[in-house]
Ligand binder design. Structure first.
Ligand code: FO1
Length: 320
């Protein structure tokens, strides 16, 4: 694990949300050594629930890289039990958010450590290392940012919209409360200012719910536009359909035609390379587009896509 402030070797940064992003992050962790990759994760989904500090995207990435994730749903722990939640139910508490017993153990530790004054970066690093992850996983910020959905049924915090309301209410707007005042995390700052930064990968996460909270932090968009390292995004949409989750539905509700091209347009101010499914081949001004299998089902798919992203970034960077 790299902790030094100056790096001499190549270094890569991945920006990601939960399930979809974690798949590419896992692939990248297979093709890059721990001292060459920083994975920075969205925290706009975080919330306080049952007095616990819950960071679903950080935990999804951590469990995925630790080999502990529930493989079918892509979040939460494998081999999970729900005895604690049964007790919450019996006592009349809220049970709409499925917290398993093993998962709750992590939330207890994080809540305690944050309560003692540790930063989310420190706590995330400690938890991921203790679970056996050797690559650096960091929050986008140590400050509080909360994604809030304005919908036809009123405004709601992210998890209320995503889990409790099952993404059903039509969206009229998305806000990242606290983002304007937040500072980027030390790991994100280090990566973006590292002279050895050789590539940035925007994982195939929901652009509006998972990547935009990171881009909303002061300086991130402009730094991505200014860095010499290539910025490469992987399309989260294939042939107008979201690979996973409500991306296409949200785009329609925001009056954006759901397509891989529309996602590229959303990132246009900093994008250098774009990886799309073969069915979405396109030409874009100032962006090189390559076709590749972006639907990651097996570990081999994840590793192959990560390898292709890496080769693409080397090609875009040119001879060093
Ligand atoms: N997603 C659900 O759809 N339902 C749940 O009950 C749920 C519980 C949950 C608990 C811990 C955790 O780390 C993630 C959990 N997720 C659940 C996933 C999470 O809400 C979303 O995948 C992300 O926030 C979106 O990236």
């Amino acid at each position: 694990m790299h902790t030094s402030l100056s790096r001499t070797s190549k270094h890569y940064l991945a920006l990601c949300g939960g399930v979809g992003g974690a798949k590419l992050a896992l692939g990248l962790a297979h093709v890059l050594p721990p001292d060459q990759l920083t994975i920075v994760v969205n925290t706009g989904d975080d919330f306080e629930h049952l007095n616990l500090s819950i960071c679903p995207d950080i935990d999804t990435v951590t469990y995925t890289l630790a080999g502990l994730v529930q493989p079918d749903q892509g979040w939460g722990r494998r081999d999970e039990s729900f005895a604690a939640l049964d007790t919450v139910k019996r006592l009349g508490g809220e049970t709409w958010f499925q917290l398993g017993d093993r998962d709750i153990g992590l939330h207890l530790m994080r809540s305690m450590l944050l309560g003692e004054g540790s930063s989310l970066s420190t706590v995330t690093s400690r938890i991921s290392k203790r679970l056996g992850v050797t690559h650096e996983i960091a929050p986008m910020t140590d400050d509080i940012v909360r994604t809030t959905l304005d919908t036809v049924s009123g405004s709601m915090p992210f998890q209320h919209y995503f889990v409790k309301a099952r993404c059903a209410p039509a969206i009229t707007g998305i806000r990242y409360l606290g983002a304007e005042q937040a500072r980027i995390s030390p790991a994100l700052d280090r990566a973006l200012t590292d002279p050895g930064l050789s590539g940035v990968f925007i994982c195939p996460s929901n652009p509006y719910l998972s990547i935009d909270p990171i881009l909303a932090l002061p300086g991130v968009r402009s730094m991505l536009a200014d860095i010499s390292a290539p910025v490469i995004a992987v399309a989260p949409i294939v042939d107008g359909q979201a690979i996973k989750g409500p991306t296409a539905k949200i785009m329609r509700e925001l009056a954006i035609e759901p397509s891989a091209a529309a996602v590229a347009a959303h990132y246009a101010d900093f994008l250098d390379g774009y990886v799309v499914d073969a069915s979405d081949r396109m030409t874009l001004p100032d962006v090189q587009v390559i076709p590749f299998g972006v639907v990651m089902t097996t570990l081999a798919d994840k590793v192959a896509l990560a390898s292709r992203c890496l080769a693409f970034s080397e090609q875009l960077a040119g001879p060093q």
